[in-house]
Design a protein around this ligand. Structure first.
Ligand SMILES: Cc1cc2nc3c(=O)[nH]c(=O)nc-3n(C[C@H](O)[C@H](O)[C@H](O)COP(=O)(O)OP(=O)(O)OC[C@H]3O[C@@H](n4cnc5c(N)ncnc54)[C@H](O)[C@@H]3O)c2cc1C
Length: 618
C-alpha cells in the first residue's frame, strides 16, 4: 500500500478545511487536503445568503458590535452553546471577514445615499452614510438584532470557496480529490492520519500525518428530505465514531430550514426573507406576524419552521401532488433585486421548479438543513479522545450553535474556526514530536480491507437501507418529537443496523471505480449516526431550540444545560452516552430568547459561573 506523508492532513476541502490548510501552509507546513469531489464543488459552494460578522457598516447594522452578535448567538442557541466559544467566534468574525476581503472575496459594498429596503413585505427608505462608501455591506437574517450578514449577492459560499481555493493554489497545497477517508489511523492515544480509498481506482492509500483535521461537513443525508448535497453523508463523523473513543456531541440538535423548495428540497436562502420576502398560506395570508408579532418571518429558524408546520396542521397549507406546502413571496422586491442580489434563487426557481419568482410565489416547506452537533472538540478544535486530531466547520461540535444555529453563522464559523483551529494546529506542530506506528497503519488498513471483502458475500442492498433510514429519521426524529415515536424510530434503526452487517455489492470485483462500493462502505456508519441522533434525542427530556418535544414542552435549564456526548463501542447496538456542562461560564445567564415563547424550568446558576457581559471586561 502506498504511504503518503504530510505534516497536516485536512480531510475535507470545503471552507473550513481550506481555511485551516491556508493557516498551516502559511506557517510553512506541508499540507494535503482530501475531498470526495473537486474542492470547489464542496458543499460550502452551495451556501447562498451570507455570513455574519458585526461590522456595523450599513445603516441597518449601525451600532452593531461583537457583543450584540454574541448575544444573538447565545439566544439563538437557546442557551445550548458554549459561551466561551461563542464569544471567541463573535470577536473574531469581523477580522476573518476583512481577511476574506483581502484574499479577494467580492463582498457587496455600501453605496452611499438613499436606499429602498424591505421589511415584512413593506418598503422603507434609509440613507447609507457617505463615510461608509465601499465598506462591506450587510443584509438581515433571522434572530439578529442588527443587519449583520455580509454577502456576495446570494452566491456567498461560492465566492468564498473559490477565493480560498485560489489561495491554496498560491500556497502550493496538494489536494487529492475523489478520495474518500475510510478509517483513522490511531493507537488509542494518538491520531496518525487515515486510510483512504481512491474513488477513481479503488486503491487504498495510507495518509500518515502529524496532525489530522476532520472538516467533512454535515450529515444531512441521513434524512430523506434535506437541502444537503449527496456528499453530505457524515464521512468524518463516521470514522471518528468508528474509533470507539471519539465522542460526538449533541447529535440530537438538527436544524430544519423553513424554505426548502417543493418538490426538490433545494434551499432558497433566508436572505429572501432577510431582504423582505414574506410567507403566505393557502389564502395568500401573511401568517407569521400572528405567531411572532415582533420578528415575524425573521424569528430563528427553529421557531419559523415550527410555526409553518403548526399553520399547515391547522388546514392552511397549499395542497399539491408533492405534499402540502406554503408560499414564499418575493415578488415585491422587483426584477432588478431578484436577478442581482437573489440571482441564484431566481435560477433555482426557474430551472428546478418552473416558477418565475418575479411574478410567482415559491412553494416552500421546512426541510432538514444543518447539523449543530458533531465531532466534539475543545475551544481550539482539538478532538476529545485522540491527540493530533482536530475538527472544524459543520463536522465539528465546537459548539457555538447549541440547539439552533442562526442563519449566516455557519459560513462564518467555517472561516473563523478555520482561522482559530489552524493556529492551534500550527502551535501543536511546533511543540510536538510524533512517532508513527506501522502496526497502527496496518491495523487500520486491514479493517478497511476486511470491510470491502465482506461486501462480496453480503446480500442486503445499501441503497434500500439508506432510503429506509432517511424516511425513519424524517418521521421519527423530525421537527416535532415525542418519546414513543422516537423509541419506535430507535427500534427500527436498530433493525437496519443489524441488516447493514450483511450489505453486499452486485459487481463482485471490488476494484476500480465503483460508486456502489463507496455507498456500501458509508451506509452502516450513516445508520449509526442516525441511531445516535435518535437515541440522544430520546434521552433529552426537554425542548430546546430545534429539539422540540410534545411530551416535554419546557426548556429545562435545571436538568438539561448539558451537552450529550456519544461514543460507540465496537459490537454494541447503541451508543454510550455521557454528559458535560453546556458552557464553562455564562456571560448571559439563561433567560427568554425574545421569540418562540415556551415554558422555561429555571436553574440556579452559581455566581462563580457568571462573568461580566461584554468585551470591556477584558
Ligand atoms: C443550500 C445551503 C445553503 C447554505 N447557506 C448558508 C448561508 O448562506 N450562510 C451560512 O452561514 N450557512 C449556510 N449554509 C451552511 C453552510 O454552507 C455549511 O454549514 C458550511 O459551508 C459547511 O462547510 P464545511 O467546510 O464544514 O463543509 P463542506 O463545505 O460540506 O465540505 C466538506 C468537505 O469534506 C469532504 N469530505 C466529506 N466526506 C469525506 C470523506 N469521507 N473523505 C474525504 N473527504 C470528505 C467533501 O468532499 C468536502 O470537500 C448553507 C447550507 C446549505 C446546504
Amino acid at each position: 500500500m502506498k504511504v503518503i506523508y504530510t505534516d497536516v492532513l485536512c480531510i475535507g476541502a470545503g471552507l473550513a478545511g481550506e481555511r485551516v490548510a491556508v493557516e498551516a501552509a502559511q506557517a510553512g507546513f506541508d499540507v494535503i487536503c482530501l475531498s470526495l469531489v473537486p474542492p470547489r464543488r464542496s458543499h460550502s459552494s452551495a451556501a447562498q445568503g451570507g455570513m455574519q460578522a458585526a461590522l456595523g457598516n450599513s445603516i441597518m447594522g449601525e451600532g452593531d458590535t461583537p457583543d450584540v452578535h454574541f448575544s444573538d448567538t447565545v439566544k439563538g442557541s437557546d442557551w445550548g452553546c458554549d459561551q466561551e466559544v461563542a464569544r471567541m467566534f463573535a470577536d473574531t468574525a469581523p477580522i476573518a471577514m476583512r481577511e476574506m476581503a483581502f484574499l479577494g472575496v467580492p463582498w457587496n459594498r455600501v453605496v452611499p445615499g438613499e436606499a429602498t429596503y424591505y421589511k415584512g413585505g413593506k418598503p422603507f427608505q434609509a440613507v447609507e452614510k457617505a463615510e461608509n462608501e465601499g465598506l462591506i455591506h450587510s443584509r438581515a437574517f433571522g434572530g439578529t438584532a442588527k443587519w449583520r450578514t455580509c454577502y456576495t449577492s446570494d452566491g456567498t459560499g461560492h465566492a468564498c470557496l473559490f477565493t480560498l481555493d485560489n489561495r491554496l493554489l498560491q500556497l502550493g497545497v496538494t489536494v487529492h480529490d475523489r478520495t474518500q477517508a475510510e478509517a483513522l489511523i490511531h493507537d488509542g492515544v494518538n491520531c496518525m492520519g487515515c486510510i483512504a480509498r481512491c474513488l477513481r481506482t479503488g486503491e487504498l492509500l495510507a495518509y500518515v500525518a502529524k496532525t489530522t483535521l476532520l472538516a467533512t461537513g454535515g450529515f444531512g443525508r441521513i434524512y430523506s428530505a434535506t437541502t444537503n448535497a449527496v456528499i453530505c453523508d457524515g464521512g468524518g463523523h463516521i470514522i471518528a465514531q468508528d474509533t470507539g473513543i471519539v465522542p460526538l456531541g449533541n447529535m440530537e440538535a438538527i436544524q430544519f430550514h423553513p424554505t426548502g423548495t417543493v418538490p426538490t428540497d433545494i434551499l432558497v436562502t433566508e436572505g429572501c426573507r432577510g431582504d423582505g420576502g414574506t410567507l403566505l398560506d393557502v389564502n395568500e395570508y401573511r401568517f407569521m406576524p400572528d405567531y411572532e408579532p415582533e420578528k415575524a418571518e425573521l424569528a430563528s429558524r427553529d421557531v419559523v419552521a415550527r410555526r409553518m408546520m403548526e399553520h399547515m396542521a391547522k388546514g392552511n397549507g397549499v395542497a399539491s401532488p408533492n405534499g402540502e406546502h406554503l408560499w414564499l413571496d418575493i415578488r415585491h422586491l422587483g426584477e432588478k433585486h431578484i436577478t442581482t442580489n437573489l440571482r441564484e434563487v431566481y435560477d433555482i426557481c426557474m430551472s428546478f421548479l418552473g416558477v418565475n419568482p418575479i411574478y410567482q410565489f415559491i412553494p416552500v416547506r421546512p426541510t432538514q438543513h444543518y447539523c449543530m452537533g458533531g465531532i466534539r472538540t475543545n475551544k481550539n478544535g482539538a478532538v476529545y479522545g485522540l491527540k493530533g486530531l482536530y475538527s472544524a466547520g459543520e463536522a465539528a461540535c465546537w459548539d457555538m450553535h447549541g440547539f439552533n444555529r442562526l442563519g449566516g453563522n455557519s459560513l462564518s464559523e467555517t472561516v473563523v474556526a478555520g482561522r482559530i483551529v489552524g493556529k492551534a494546529v500550527v502551535e501543536f506542530l511546533k511543540g510536538n514530536e510524533t512517532s508513527f506506528s506501522t502496526q497502527a497503519i496496518n491495523d487500520a488498513a486491514a479493517k478497511v480491507r476486511a470491510r470491502i471483502e465482506a461486501l462480496t458475500h453480503g446480500t442486503e442492498d445499501a441503497v434500500a437501507l439508506r432510503k429506509a433510514l432517511g424516511e425513519i429519521m424524517l418521521k421519527h426524529v423530525g421537527i416535532f418529537r415525542n418519546g414513543p415515536v422516537m423509541q419506535d424510530g430507535v427500534n427500527q434503526i436498530q433493525e437496519l443496523l443489524e441488516r447493514s452487517k450483511n450489505i453486499g455489492i452486485k459487481v463482485k470485483n471490488p476494484k476500480g471505480f465503483s460508486p456502489e462500493i463507496s455507498m456500501a462502505l458509508r451506509v452502516p456508519g450513516m445508520i449509526k449516526l442516525g441511531l445516535t441522533a435518535a437515541y440522544c434525542a430520546l434521552q433529552r427530556t426537554e425542548s430546546r431550540g430545534a429539539h422540540s418535544r410534545d411530551d416535554y414542552p419546557a426548556r429545562n435549564d435545571s436538568e438539561w444545560l448539558k451537552r450529550s456526548l456519544a461514543t460507540w463501542e465496537e459490537g454494541k447496538s447503541l451508543p454510550t452516552l455521557s454528559y458535560e456542562d453546556a458552557t464553562p461560564w455564562f456571560e448571559i445567564p439563561p433567560g427568554e430568547r425574545g421569540y418562540g415563547g415556551g415554558k422555561i424550568i429555571t436553574a440556579d446558576i452559581p455566581s462563580e459561573k457568571i462573568k461580566p457581559f461584554g468585551q470591556e471586561k477584558k
